[in-house]
Design a protein around this ligand. Structure first.
Ligand code: PLP
Length: 406
């Protein structure tokens, strides 16, 4: 009989979004007149920038003519896009990344998961708690997480690093050796960032222990504050210990179009093997390249006009984030994130649980949020609100919440 990957049997159900959907549907059925406002899901709502659309249209026309037709492209991405990324996302910020260290893909979620293909089975993995679930679940699928313990809601072989208001949302460097460390800044779900000193401490730790940092910078373009690195490669020493994931999804509205990239430096070696060469081998074997049309669209993001248009959209979301943050703070709530991020992480009033506050906002304001506990035990006592919605609906949601006595 064929053997399956038994690790899948250990995975807990994806309780969070199905439970949100269940409670929301039950409320809607009982209250069909309430117009719900969604601030739960982390998906963008603004259309692609006009220059991106133009570039994609032109690329479709390329495919329509024999002289300009493009079939399979390079698995690593077209040079036109890798060069633009190296110049604008890295050289412009003082980070020395060459195009052959950049691997274009169909998005950061796939890359965050697929990177496990080039890691051994016995690594000790460290993640923040709360966490973007993909890091944990993909390691569990690969057998690196141990067993899931329902009581603690944690995997036995994963090292969890709580990030809460008490430690300023900065994960503590572990006493034991963590071989693979996932860091996400600006963070999903907390919306908080790690500054240069905090990242330097992680880079020093990783270089001293032979660890690898998996740095997820999917929300990099939301950073406004000085001193907050946009890339781990702005930190000295990072090229010998880090891999970085980037995405056009939240920064340029590509959640539906799909494009991202991963940076694997040539200096990154473990056990005499180059991770850049290994990732290249992995991608050329298992991936046939991101779509030509989409890569042309992504290239347009880096033109002066594209950059301006993208920033306008980001500013639209930032204004929503400010509306949410100011509104909730006016109610006396403690609010985190929101400044360098589209995510607002709000402490529940009193000692209310995440799910209770979620239910209160749903039933009394018709606003759908995400309970922080769904992202890990240390998310208990928080909810996440997203700034990706319509500006008018965001203002209305905050007005509705403002009428509650919390
Ligand atoms: N990384 C983080 C932290 C995210 O929140 C998301 C999406 O929500 C992704 C990666 C995935 O992005 P993509 O759309 O590029 O797959």
């Amino acid at each position: 009989m064929a053997e399956v990957n038994a690790n899948y049997a250990k995975l807990p159900g994806s309780y969070l979004f199905s439970e949100i959907a269940r409670r929301t549907a039950a409320f809607s059925e009982a209250n069909p007149d309430v117009k719900l406002i969604k601030m739960g899901i982390g998906d963008v709502t603004r259309p692609l920038a006009p220059v991106v659309i133009e570039a994609m249209h032109a690329a479709v026309d390329d495919l329509a003519r024999v002289e300009t037709f493009a079939g399979y492209g390079p698995e690593q991405g077209y040079d036109f896009l890798r060069n633009a990324i190296a110049e604008h996302d890295f050289a412009a910020r003082g980070a020395d990344i060459s195009p052959d260290e950049i691997f274009v893909s169909d998005g950061a979620k796939s890359d965050c998961g697929n990177i496990g293909d080039i890691l051994g089975p016995n690594n000790k993995v460290a993640v923040c708690d709360p966490v973007y679930p993909v890091y944990v679940d993909t390691n569990a699928m690969a057998g690196r997480a141990g067993d899931y313990d329902e009581a603690t809601q944690r995997w036995t072989n994963i090292h969890y690093m709580p990030t809460t208001a008490e430690n300023g949302f900065s994960p503590a460097i572990p006493d034991e050796t963590a071989d693979v460390i996932y860091l996400c800044s600006p963070n999903n779900p907390t919306g908080t960032v790690l500054n240069a000193d905090q990242l330097q401490a992680w880079v020093d730790y990783a270089n001293a222990h032979g660890s690898i940092i998996m740095f997820d910078a999917a929300y990099e373009r939301f950073i406004v504050e000085d001193g907050v690195p946009h890339s781990i490669f702005e930190i000295p020493g990072a090229k010998t210990c880090a891999i970085e994931f980037r995405s056009f999804s939240k920064t340029a509205g590509f959640t539906g179009a799909r494009c991202g990239y991963t940076v694997v430096p040539r200096e990154l070696e473990r056990q005499d093997m180059s991770l850049n060469a290994m990732w290249n081998r992995r991608q050329t074997t298992k991936f046939n390249g991101a779509s030509y049309v989409i890569q042309r669209g992504a290239e347009a993001v880096f033109t002066p006009e594209g950059s301006k248009q993208i920033d306008e959209t980001i500013e639209y979301y930032r204004a929503n984030a400010r509306t949410i943050k100011d509104g909730l703070e006016n109610l006396g709530l403690a609010v985190y994130g929101a400044v360098n991020s589209p995510y607002v992480w709000c402490k529940t009033p009193g000692d209310m649980g995440s799910w209770d506050f979620f239910t209160l906002l749903l039933e009394q304001a018709g606003v759908i949020t995400t309970p922080g506990a769904g992202f890990g035990p240390s998310g208990e006592g928080y909810i996440r609100l997203t700034a990706f919605g319509d500006a008018g609906a965001t203002r209305e949601a905050i007005e509705r919440i403002g009428k509650l006595s919390l």
